[in-house]
Write a protein that binds this ligand. Structure first.
Ligand code: NAP
Length: 345
């Protein structure tokens, strides 16, 4: 089978012989490794910022080399172990793996798979687990966002950001989004976001303050932050008494400092959120969250925006789209016929 193999730490956007990644055309197809194992023929797999960081050697989880990167994916059940009871050959499924989805086949235990409901696009389902899963657990389970609240999303046109704004709208909250550039702003407006700040031309805090004032709103109740750095520092000034700060990631490369004295005086709750760790500590939360998201996707309450789609041998382009902040929504690797993966942009 074809698989993308990472052989050393390095920059996956490189396409010359120094690249840490290469496609192996004759990788062994993984065998069923337990009676309840399922082999999935992967239809599509999505890129997440974490996949990029992991190859760079800058992610919290550092697997030994060589490894096949990749986390969330969708596909068709190709083979099942003798004790598999929940799935049969031909079922459409999606899931998230610790590693290994940048390959034509992946083997997992049946308990890790989710059935993709009829009417759901199979490629879209591959983009759902990490981006929407993280934002859903953060906003619905942790911050318990309500329709009476104001949500501010940073990095709002990225993978987790675009998911967060849509989940915010499903919850009925007033949603404010920060993103850089006209293309990103246009997509966010088309999703019904209440106020979009173009950080390439506007002062973020001033723009948000003007909006809040015009709408007679006091401030921000929930800050969804996958960016960190200066932007976090600035936007903390917009937070209400009792606000929730969702610490999601540091795409800016800078870990922000949240002053404990101000958190005390303003009664803020700071939520560190590592979605992947819920698989170990609260698997039931992840399962409920994924089921709800798949039902939202089937009912058209949320949409997956795919700005770039490639085949495996073009993976360096896919990583460049992430590195260069060009991605709007998701970047995908699709198998078989990636050119038929339609961009929603
Ligand atoms: N905690 C968790 O469980 C969890 C789960 C998933 C992701 N994450 C983290 O969340 C962050 C975003 O992930 P993602 O998959 O949404 O990534 P993404 O699609 O690349 O989006 C990141 C966004 O951050 C913004 N950004 C601001 N400064 C940046 C910089 N210096 N470099 C790159 N981007 C910058 C960009 O928006 P503009 O260009 O519009 O400013 C970009 O759209 C990452 O740090 C990732 O590790 C955490």
């Amino acid at each position: 089978m074809e698989a993308l193999v990472c052989r050393k730490v390095g920059d996956p956007t490189l396409s010359d012989e120094t690249s840490p990644i290469s496609v192996s055309a004759s990788h062994l197809i993984p065998s069923l490794n337990s009676p309840t194992a399922v082999r999935v023929r992967v239809r599509a797999t999505s890129l997440n910022y974490a996949n990029y960081l992991q190859i760079l050697g800058k992610y919290q989880e550092k697997p030994p080399h060589p490894f096949i990167p990749g986390s969330d994916y969708s596909g068709i059940v190709e083979s099942v172990g003798p004790s598999v009871s929940m799935f049969k050959i031909g079922d459409t499924v999606c899931s998230v793996a610790a590693l290994g989805s940048f390959a034509q086949y992946i083997v997992v235990d049946e308990t890790e798979l989710f059935r993709v409901p009829d009417g759901c696009d199979l490629v879209a389902a591959a983009a759902l687990p990490v981006a929407f899963g993280t934002s859903h657990v953060a906003l619905v389970h942790r911050a318990q966002l309500t329709s009476a609240q104001v949500l501010l999303v940073l990095g709002a046109a990225g993978g987790v950001g675009l998911a967060a704004v849509q989940i915010g709208k499903v919850c009925g909250a007033t949603v404010i989004a920060v993103a850089r550039g006209a293309g990103k702003v246009q997509i966010l407006k088309s999703l019904g976001v209440d106020h979009v700040v173009d950080s390439s031309i506007e002062n973020v805090t001033e723009s948000v303050k003007n909006f809040l004032k015009a709408k007679k709103l006091k401030g921000v109740d929930v800050l969804y932050d996958p960016v960190g750095g200066k932007l976090t520092k600035e936007t903390m000034k917009l937070l209400n008494w009792g606000a929730h700060i969702l610490v999601i990631g540091f795409a800016s490369g800078e870990v922000p400092v949240i002053p404990a004295n101000i958190a005390l005086v303003k009664n803020w709750t700071v939520h560190g959120l590592y979605w992947g760790s819920y698989r170990i500590h609260r698997p039931g939360v992840l399962e409920d969250s994924m089921k709800e998201l798949l039902s939202w996707l089937a009912r058209g309450l949320i949409e997956i925006h795919i700005s770039h789609s490639y085949n495996l041998s073009e993976a360096h382009f896919a990583f460049s789209a992430i590195k260069d902040r060009k991605a709007i929504g998701k970047v995908m690797i699709a198998f078989d016929d990636h050119k038929t993966v339609r961009s929603k942009l």
